[in-house]
Design a protein around this ligand. Structure first.
Ligand code: DX5
Ligand code: ZN
Length: 216
C-alpha cells in the first residue's frame, strides 16, 4: 500500500483557510489532519468544529480528525456534521472504548484510536478487530514541533504483528516529530499514514516535502 501523507493543519495559517486547502488539494497529500484540543485532555487549545467545517467547504480529500479532548463521546455526531471522515479518539480518554468506537461507526465515519507514548499497544488486543485505524503518538500530544520519540519504532512493529494476526485492513498512523529521516524507517516498520506538521510547513517547498515523505 502507498504511504498516505496527512499534513497537520495545526501548522498552517488559519487566516488563509481557503488558500491552505486549495494548496493541499493540488498536492500529493491524500488526507488533511485536524488536531482538536480542549485544554483539558492536553495542555493546549487549538480549534474546534467551525474550523473543520471551513476546511470541508474547500476540499474533497479525507478529513482525518484527531480528537485530543476529554469527552469525545459528547461530540461524535458534531464531528460527523462538521465533515469529518475519520474520527480518532484517545484510548486514555475513553472509559467505554467499545461503545465509543461503535458510536463513531454508526455515524458512517471511520474509527481510530490513538495511544499516548506511555500507553502499550497491548491494551488494544481485545478491540483491534473493531478499529479502522490506530494512531501511535510519537510525541506527547498537545503541540507541534516536538522531538520524535524513537521507542515509537518498536510500538509500530508490535502493532503491525497484531494487525497481521487479525487479517483485516487496519491502518497504522504515526503522529508527532515525523521528518524526512524517520519517515522511511516508519514506513519500513509498517506505517500506512504519516502525519507531519512542522516538517511540511516549515520547509521551503511544502508540496515537494509531501512527495519526499512518500505522498502521491
Ligand atoms: C500533536 C499533534 C500533531 C502535531 C504534529 O499533539 O497531534 O498532529 O500537529 O506536528 P509536528 O509534525 O510538528 O510534530
Ligand atoms: Zn494529530
Amino acid at each position: 500500500m502507498k504511504t498516505i501523507v496527512a499534513p497537520s493543519l495545526l501548522s498552517c495559517d488559519f487566516s488563509r483557510i481557503k488558500e491552505e486547502a486549495e494548496y493541499l488539494n493540488e498536492s500529493a497529500a491524500q488526507w488533511f489532519h485536524l488536531d482538536v484540543m480542549d485544554g483539558v485532555f492536553v495542555p493546549n487549545i487549538s480549534f474546534g468544529l467551525p474550523i473543520i467545517e471551513a476546511f470541508r467547504k474547500h476540499t474533497e480529500k479525507t478529513l482525518d480528525v484527531h480528537a485530543m479532548i476529554a469527552k469525545p463521546d459528547d461530540f461524535i455526531q458534531d464531528f460527523k456534521s462538521a465533515g469529518a471522515d475519520i474520527l480518532t479518539v484517545h484510548y486514555e480518554a475513553c472509559t467505554h472504548l467499545h461503545r465509543t468506537i461503535d458510536a463513531i461507526k454508526q455515524t458512517g465515519m471511520k474509527a481510530g484510536v490513538a495511544l499516548n507514548p506511555h500507553t502499550p499497544v497491548s491494551v488494544l488486543t481485545e478491540i483491534i478487530h473493531d478499529l479502522d485505524m490506530v494512531l501511535i503518538m510519537s510525541v506527547n500530544p498537545g503541540f507541534g514541533g516536538q522531538k520524535f520519540i524513537p521507542h515509537t519504532y518498536s510500538k509500530v512493529r508490535y502493532l503491525r504483528s497484531l494487525i497481521d494476526q487479525v487479517e483485516q485492513e487496519i491502518l497504522i498512523e504515526v503522529d508527532g516529530g515525523v521528518n524526512l529521516e524517520n519517515a522511511p524507517i516508519l514506513v519500513k516498520e509498517g506505517v500506512d499514514v504519516l502525519v507531519a506538521g512542522s516538517t511540511i510547513y516549515k520547509s521551503e517547498d511544502p508540496k515537494e516535502t509531501i512527495v519526499k515523505l512518500g505522498g502521491g
